[in-house]
Design a protein around this ligand. Sequence first.
Ligand code: SF4
Length: 259
Amino acid sequence: MATFLFDQIIFGPVKSRRLGVSLGVNLLPTDSKVCSFDCIYCECGWNPRKRAQKAILPSRFQVKQLLEEKLKEMVAGNELPDVITFAGNGEPTLHPEFEQIIEDTLELRNQFTPRARIAVLSNATMLHKPSVVRALLKVEDNIQKLDSGFEETIRKMDCPASNFKLHEVVENLKAFNGKVIIQTLFLKGVFKDQVIDNTTEEELTQWMKLVEEIKPSQVMIYTIDRDTPATGLEKVKLPELEKIAKRLRTAGLEVKVSG
Ligand code: SF4
């Protein structure tokens, strides 16, 4: 199916379902995806099987310069973003200068659009790196993925590298002491002859258990929105997402639902 790549380092602003008017920052290549997951629902498509050459990431300098230009343009047009969002063609925390880029972004945000939040959409696989954690603790919206309470389901849905260990990820998420937002994509379907459904009672019970242990400031639940690289996947209907939200709210958690 038709997935797409962001062909710029700074993109948008776009109206995000979850975040409002969002100016995007893509720290990955503009012509291919680089991610430590290969989610079956990824809007950017599959990771390339083989690369002809090493992926080229934008430099810290390039990101700062382009972001400054865009923010100046937005200020001149009186069109300020609600949020500056690190997303794009893969996992932003894989960038070796992620911490420094976040520092530059804080500086530019404070100078040009002090009311905008800074958000990072991440898959939580780089939280063993102290510099990544330090940077994430400085942004307003530290949004980390947890698609299931079972490692086996995450392996089917998110296709992580073989060294992925869910219990380590959960410990790293707990270490944020609540300064973290959990994002979970719910879907149903069949992929490679295996049924995948992270909305069953067994799934929800185990996922809720981990979410309650992590004690996030918010939980974002959503479903497929655009084309996915795998065929045979289905959206979860809004009433079902609302039921999941109700369980979270009953447990005292703040929830945002995007159907
Ligand atoms: S973590 Fe995000 S970027 Fe990476 S494969 Fe999954 S959806 Fe795509």
